[in-house]
Ligand binder design. Structure first.
Ligand code: UDX
Ligand code: UDX
Length: 423
């Protein structure tokens, strides 16, 4: 098939690469001319494991443009532009509407429009009506993505399910999508346009709730001297609960969970429904760093003037994405409290508006540090030689922001280990 991708960000690029692997020809369009120029040169603007290899292997079927000429020829047009939160926390769908403005002159009745961007419930129906009013009888599909950054290629090729939202009168698009995804083996969930939009929000809200639940349990474990990793294992082996997304730490971040939980809360308020559970999920997440700061103060005293090495800036390992990164929030909070923060990340540079030092190497970050925080659980941090770490630091406090460090080895090296809910 001939596919046109509007938006070559994390989701658009990954989806384009995977569709090319499946045998389709994909034309990516992005309004960011620098991004397109880089992609045309073969430079990848983001870090996503496996993406560069796919883009190289299938370059004969992948094209990058910043003009619209290829929209007309496409069988399927994907919308993959971002929907970041606006100042009130509502998803900003202006990029989606701008993408529609771009598309409308070119789009024709034979084409299928596929929405991958996460949009508020009712958006696809509104787009359908807009197209109809403009005399365009285009079929529209809501096909949300469930890709985790860092494993987006794997997730695209091995999804747990493919969700397809359709209008009642659409008897063609399901087979179009099945042809497009032929080669990917996963159950299909076919529902309405609104249904697919709700599934996307519900999935992310549920996963975020699981994380906030275990973070609340971790606080209780702190109080009752219990190891929350035992609790996560003990409940996670129950198949009804499941073992994933039960890792306590400094909370969830990224481009999806914070934005989607807030959006669902706003959508509930708009319909006069009080979203008690979602409010709690968000509150726990918003206060989790404060919980850590309190722990640090109990051990280190006032943080002002203390040299604190923060390992990790990205919102999770294996990505260079810092959108809503809890690691970055932690860094900002420590800086605001007067700590002398030095940050490190294998892939991320501290943004210009955050006035803290960045170390080129882990070694440089640890020199003379009073405390060390692992805020993003990159493998390189989990595999540190803790005897060496002790030798480099001034103090002896190691804060495990992801409950993923080897506690015994850290303690055996004479360091003071602080996780959350670790007994
Ligand atoms: C995706 C989804 O689309 C979003 O709804 C979901 O919730 C998270 O994942 P993502 O791929 O992470 O977003 O966004 P981003 O990396 O910002 O990429 C969006 C791309 O669209 C950018 O390259 C931007 O330049 C481009 N764009 C945006 C357009 O080409 N046209 C526009 O009108 C707006
Ligand atoms: C998420 C969804 O998982 C994915 O399906 C898609 O809808 C996009 O949003 P992503 O944001 O890339 O993916 O990362 P994910 O692996 O889900 O992690 C999100 C955040 O939760 C990260 O900050 C991570 O560190 C945190 N997390 C995850 C925990 O704190 N504990 C866990 O047990 C799991």
């Amino acid at each position: 098939m001939n596919v046109c991708m509007i938006g070559a960000g994390y989701v658009g690029l990954t989806t384009a690469a995977v569709l090319a692997k499946l045998g389709h020809t994909v034309h990516c369009i992005d309004e960011n001319e620098q991004k397109i120029a880089a992609l045309q040169r073969g430079d990848i603007p983001i870090y996503e494991p496996g993406l560069a290899e796919l883009l190289t292997d299938y370059k004969s079927r992948l094209f990058f443009h910043h003009n619209e000429q290829h929209i007309k020829e496409a069988d399927v047009i994907f919308i993959c532009v971002g929907t970041p939160p606006d100042l009130k926390g509502k998803p900003d769908v202006s990029y989606v509407h701008r993408a529609m403005d771009t598309l409308i002159p070119y789009i024709g009745d034979h084409q299928t429009l596929v929405m991958k961007s996460t949009v508020p419930i009712g958006t696809n129906e509104r787009i359908y009506k807009r197209l109809k009013n403009e005399g365009k009888h285009v079929r529209i599909v809501s096909n949300p993505e469930f890709l985790r950054e860092g494993s987006a290629i794997y997730d695209s090729l091995h999804p747990d399910r493919i969700v397809i939202g359709l209008r009642d009168d659409d008897d063609r698009s399901l087979s179009v999508m099945q042809t497009l995804y032929a080669g990917i083996h996963a159950p299909y969930v076919v529902t309405s346009l609104n249904g697919a939009e709700m599934i996307k929000y519900a999935a992310n809200a549920f996963l975020a709730t699981k994380i906030s639940f275990i973070n609340e349990m971790a606080r209780l474990c702190d109080a009752y001297d219990v190891d929350v990793t035992d609790v996560a294992k003990g409940i996670g082996l129950d198949e009804r609960i499941g073992r994933h997304f039960l890792q306590a730490g400094i909370g969830y971040g990224g481009s999806c969970f914070p934005k989607d939980v807030t959006a669902l809360i706003q959508m509930a308020y708009e319909q006069m429904v009080r979203p008690y559970m979602l409010e709690a999920t968000k509150t726990i997440n918003d206060t989790q760093i404060y919980w850590y700061i309190q722990k640090m103060k109990r051990t280190l005293g006032a943080l002002a003037g203390k040299r604190i090495a923060v390992l990790g800036i990205a919102f999770k390992p294996n990505t260079d994405d810092i959108r809503e990164s809890p690691a970055l929030s932690f860094i900002k909070k420590l800086h605001a409290l007067g700590a002398d923060v030095i940050a490190h990340d294998p892939k991320v540079v501290v943004p210009n508006d955050v006035n803290v030092k960045q170390a080129k190497t882990i070694h440089e970050a640890l020199q003379k540090a009073d405390a060390l925080i692992v805020a993003t659980d990159w493998d390189a941090y989990k595999q540190l030689n803790w005897e060496e770490v002790k030798g480099m630091m001034n103090g002896n406090v190691v804060i495990d922001g992801r409950n993923s460090l080897p506690r015994e080895a850290i303690m055996n090296a004479g360091l003071n280990y602080i996780g959350v809910g670790r007994g």
